[in-house]
Design a protein around this ligand. Sequence first.
Ligand SMILES: Cc1cc2nc3c(=O)[nH]c(=O)nc-3n(C[C@H](O)[C@H](O)[C@H](O)COP(=O)(O)OP(=O)(O)OC[C@H]3O[C@@H](n4cnc5c(N)ncnc54)[C@H](O)[C@@H]3O)c2cc1C
Length: 503
Amino acid sequence: MSTDTDVLVVGAGPTGLTLACDLVRRGIICRIIDRSPGPQEGSRGFGVKPRTLAVFDALDIADTVIQAARADTHLRVYLGTDPIYTGRSEPAAPTADTPYPGPVSLPQSRTEAILRARLAELGESVRFGSCLTGLDQDADGVTATIATDGEEETLRAAYLVGCDGGGSTVRKLLGIGFPGRTEEDMRALLADVEVHGLEPRDAVHLWLGARRMMAVRPWPGAATSQVVTSIAPGRTVEPSVGELTRLVAEHSGRDDIRFGTPTWLSVWRYNLRLADRYRSGRAFLAGDAAHVHSPFGAYGMNTGVQDAYNLGWKLALAVRGRAAPGLLDTYEAERRPAGQAALDASDRGLSSAVTPPRVLRPVVRHLIGPLLSRMRAGGRDDHPTYHDGPLGVQASRRTRVRAGDPAPDGVLTTPRGDRIHLYDLYRAPGFTSLSFDRERQVYVTTPPDYTRGTGHDDPDGTVRDAFGVRPGTTVVIRPDGYIGLIAPTSGPELPAYLPRVLR
Ligand SMILES: Cc1cc2nc3c(=O)[nH]c(=O)nc-3n(C[C@H](O)[C@H](O)[C@H](O)COP(=O)(O)OP(=O)(O)OC[C@H]3O[C@@H](n4cnc5c(N)ncnc54)[C@H](O)[C@@H]3O)c2cc1C
């Protein structure tokens, strides 16, 4: 049976949009549907981490995101109702090998708008108001049932990816378990709203306390703030301005904080769950459909974007019939441990913020500065690594980076004298290999020619230093910018590598 599309992406949140952009730029025919009538309005995830910015660089939207976002942090922390810390930190400066050294802050609705605009430039758009209601699959493809305005249609795709959020229909239709826990007693009221009477206006205000927490985070370049305030166990709460005003007064001990009309109000419940499997036949799960946890640590959207970028190139090869057997299985092997790590880290972070250990409470005032520095350093070091994954070959010893790490950036000079950024090479849809020789030359191969390298100059040896490899070493970089292999150029590992991945 012929197919209507190569890939059907279900859900147009940040995960689905990233995947659709990546597939289309790799030349794959892709449809993307979302059941809501139009774009989601809520600010939700603010933290865009460095590795996500590197993905956005490959999609050509990193500059747009950075221009719209805020990179510094101005923070006021309260313990109970007392202010205990006010501090501002400047963003880390980019370096030659790390162009995106720190996280930036942008409401998720704006990040999604930038992704949608990029998708439109690439020639595709989201079909809003279309809900996946059924799916069947056989050896050749997936048949999806889609309801639009009460009318049902079927669509045949070679592959389907469920990026349809925590309540994923795709996951349920595939019968994939989502074990974990839901804590009905851990809830928060969320709002996007103008806040009056809270100074400094440009600061993030964070109230910590025993089993309670509240944050007011201003949007960059707008009068709106995101307000997140925990709800006491057992309390019945209807999302409304009146309730928001009461909760904020209780948390802050102040009655002079006032609100405009919210553009978004929602109640959030704590869920900590990980899908048993990320794949069933020709259908995959990515983003919140595969893992949900607390917003603490800003992992949700970032992990979804990384899922999408890990899967995109593998699906593109599979659609073209060029994926080696087993390549699609490496998606779950690499990304499920990353999902588990995000769950663990956000759960630890939430518990310590909501309930600072009793013995520590008197000294929280003194610990908060170092703690925030540690969190900022953690934010910089956000990338998951695939050191023990099925696609990593580390055959050279004592290298600065390892197979399974994201490849660093750097600048080389082409034979014509042009300067070229490694990130621009990684943006190409295939593998890149860099062979380092004794003469400070780097032989670069990119698709379609994997056999002959072109000599580029690395006059100061900065690229070699960034990788920390000896002369006579070759590094193969995967189409998602991760290092696949580090091996002696003349050894047996290099010729054996690509056949492991490509048919
Ligand atoms: C207060 C708050 C703060 C957060 N802060 C951060 C942060 O700082 N950093 C971070 O990384 N993450 C953060 N998160 C988490 C982040 O918002 C989510 O992880 C992210 O939205 C997941 O993206 P997604 O694309 O996987 O799913 P979603 O954004 O949930 O998108 C799923 C889409 O699928 C559609 N859909 C569902 N079912 C169907 C169907 N049957 N057919 C068609 N379409 C369907 C939905 O309409 C929706 O548009 C935060 C969340 C909250 C609530």
